[in-house]
Design a protein around this ligand. Structure first.
Ligand code: GAR
Length: 201
């Protein structure tokens, strides 16, 4: 019971990936981790409602209020205070500094809505990714869970799942399919895989 990795989830928006992880945990599929904290960088992020509904502590460090360095400092201090062992970026739309990433080396994971190394890097987030996929005309896309390193979307890959691109797709339609068929499936699984590994360390 005590031997669980304490997880913080960082989000910027709707939090459907957060919800998928919470649902998996409730279903007993993340036995080696416990979600103890949700951090948002906007007070309007709907994920805050989801966290409250699920009885998970929340904190907000609004982008509009704190410049990046100060925001990161506050987040780091809170993560340390809460003895967080794994940081999960679930739709967190800010690139983290090298100092932040190094403070949690090997303990930050992210979901990206494409098959990295394609369609990743600075500026590739949310719907922009699906717009780029459709503009390029690829027939297969998907999602990737990876460790976060100093290089944006460049860390070691933990899990991937492919999703078909269909004729007539809009970025919104494709985003939904990638979430439903890939992100919500592989992300909770990857969280458990990483928690299990961290426990053994
Ligand atoms: C997800 O599609 C996630 O992969 C993407 O933002 C969405 C967040 O949705 N993340 C990125 O683009 C990060 N570069 P959610 O808040 O409903 O989970």
């Amino acid at each position: 019971m005590e031997n669980k990795i304490r997880i913080a989830v960082l989000c910027s928006g709707g939090g459907t990936n957060f919800q998928a992880i919470v649902n998996a945990a409730e279903a007993g599929l993340i036995p080696d981790g416990q979600i103890v904290l949700t951090i948002a960088d906007s007070e309007k992020a709907y994920v805050l409602e989801r966290a409250k509904r699920n009885g998970i502590e929340t904190a907000v460090f609004d982008k509009k209020r704190y410049p990046r360095a100060e925001r990161e400092e506050k987040i780091l201090a809170l993560l340390q205070e809460k003895e967080i062992g794994l940081v999960v970026l679930a739709g967190f739309m800010t690139v983290l500094s090298a100092a932040f990433v190094n403070a949690f080396e090997g303990r930050i994971i992210n979901i990206h809505p494409a098959l990295l190394p394609s369609f990743g890097g600075v500026g590739m987030y949310g719907l922009h990714v699906h717009e780029a996929v459709l503009a390029r005309g690829v027939k297969v896309t998907g999602a990737t869970v990876h460790y976060v390193t100093e290089e944006c979307d460049g860390g070691p890959i933990i899990a991937q799942k492919a999703v078909e691109v269909r004729a007539g797709d809009t970025p919104e339609i494709l985003q939904k399919r990638v979430m439903r068929e890939a992100e919500w499936v592989i992300f909770p699984e990857a969280v458990q895989t990483v928690c299990k590994m961290l426990i053994k360390k």
